[in-house]
Design a protein around this ligand. Structure first.
Ligand SMILES: Nc1ncnc2c1ncn2[C@@H]1O[C@H](COP(=O)(O)OP(=O)(O)O)[C@@H](O)[C@H]1O
Ligand SMILES: [Mg+2]
Length: 405
């Protein structure tokens, strides 16, 4: 009788069982090791309770739950009474190093249970890619970069904050801006305007798009920059005058877009204007001052870039105070403290040598953190993305409607 050849099936089954058992055993060993290390790490950094009993002192540490199956090292732990996830976060680096990891992330689960995700490498050393698809509207979450715990740090342009970005030459300010503009260029309710004496961030790259009209570039015609800023101020005034009753802020729409005013190397523009005509510099300064102080309600957002955010280089201390969201790429230690306050001082010496693309961020909703900005992959890719996604210019442009003051 020609029966089925059952031997290969049996051998496969036995081998699978064996491999399964081996994997389960390895998982158990790893879990045991981690449980012990976790206890030692928590004790070492003082995240423990000392309980005095008749037989002596015992040490209680956050209970190790279980190691999760799958990729990466992820386990749960139960905080001790009185502990908060932030207590673990405050010691994250020390705990992680004891566990042989680079860093760790603490994610609340339920009750006192939290999940610990061990990070095997520094999230700030790896390049951060940018999602191919741009934002569908201005209220979308724009990626600012990847944080030290490996998560994305985002910001909504509709949030009431102007952005200040400082950093030495070659520290990554422009690349950061390419990333932001590539994300915003397709949104029907966002208009990208501004001044760029380098002509790389704005200008030619935007030719043929709906954004191009209110962009001034180069240093040959500085009057163009002043005139463009004046037109923006006129539109802002118009919006503020036309504000409907019982409203104190303009809601951005396709018809009244959120106007992003990019001021690339702004101190350079002011210097160039000053060298030519003091009056011109004053005109530019006062337009920018009005945009930063009154623009938020009129759906205007300013993104100012400078090598150093010194008060007199950016239109005065009052102008500087209007920027709620602040980013510093590589800067000398005193510049870091100047823009972010004393909290940032301890980081100063290390940040003075930060690699291009690594920035220190502070602002509402963002604790002072470090991040790595997205990298598009070169200037050509920025131009390609704008060509692919940016809103095209239609016959009648929005700028035509703006009455010139
Ligand atoms: N986020 C980043 N990731 C990787 N490399 C970066 C990043 N940002 C900048 N760089 C590198 O640094 C160089 C200078 O950046 P750039 O933005 O032109 O500096 P800045 O405008 O501050 O003078 C870029 O050409 C690029 O090679
Ligand atoms: Mg630059």
């Amino acid at each position: 009788m020609a029966g089925i050849d059952w031997r290969p099936t049996l051998v496969t089954r036995l081998r699978d069982r064996f491999l399964e058992q081996r994997a389960a055993e390895a998982h158990r060993h790893l879990e045991d090791d981690l449980r012990m290390l976790w206890r030692e790490a928590c004790t070492g950094v003082g995240l423990c309770h000392y309980v005095h009993v008749a037989a002596g002192t015992t040490i209680r540490t956050p209970r190790f739950g279980g190691l999760r199956h799958g990729d990466g090292l992820v386990f749960s732990t139960e905080l001790l009474p009185g502990q908060e996830p932030d207590d673990l976060r405050a010691q994250a680096t020390r705990l992680a190093h004891t566990l042989g990891a680079h860093g760790l992330r603490v994610e609340p689960l339920a009750g006192r249970w939290v999940r610990i995700v061990l990070l095997q490498s520094d999230p700030l050393t790896a390049r951060v890619p940018l999602p191919e698809l741009p934002l569908a509207h201005g209220a979308g979450r724009m990626v600012l970069g990847r944080g030290e715990d490996g998560t994305a740090i985002t910001h909504r342009l509709t949030g009431p904050a102007h952005l200040a970005v400082q950093g030495q030459n070659g520290s990554g300010k422009s690349v950061f801006t390419y990333g932001l503009l590539a994300q915003l260029c397709a949104a029907p309710d966002v208009l990208i305007t501004g001044s760029d004496i380098t002509g790389l961030v704005l200008g030619r790259a935007f030719d043929g798009t709906a954004h191009r009209d209110l962009q001034a570039t180069g240093t040959r015609d500085l009057l163009e920059h002043a005139a463009m800023l004046d037109r923006l101020v006129a539109e802002m005034d118009h919006r503020l005058d036309a504000m409907p009753a019982r409203q104190d802020a303009v809601t951005a729409s396709e018809w009244t877009p959120l106007v992003l005013v990019v001021l690339e190397e702004f101190p350079g523009l002011l210097r160039a204007a000053q060298a030519r005509d003091k009056k011109l510099a004053e005109r530019i300064t006062s337009a920018v001052l009005r945009l930063v102080s009154e623009g938020r309600k009129a759906a205007f957002r300013v993104l100012m870039l400078a090598q150093r955010f010194e008060a007199n280089a950016v239109g005065g201390g009052y102008a500087r105070d209007q920027f709620a969201l602040r980013l510093s790429f590589r800067v000398p230690a005193d510049s870091l403290a100047m823009l972010h306050g004393d909290d940032a001082r301890p980081l100063g010496p290390a940040h003075a040598n930060a690699a291009p693309g690594i920035a220190y961020l502070s602002g509402p909703g963002h604790d002072c953190t470090r991040l790595r900005a997205p990298y598009l992959g070169g200037y050509g890719e920025y131009c390609d993305r704008l060509a692919r996604h940016a809103r095209r210019a239609s016959g009648e442009t929005w700028a035509d409607w703006i009455e010139v003051a």
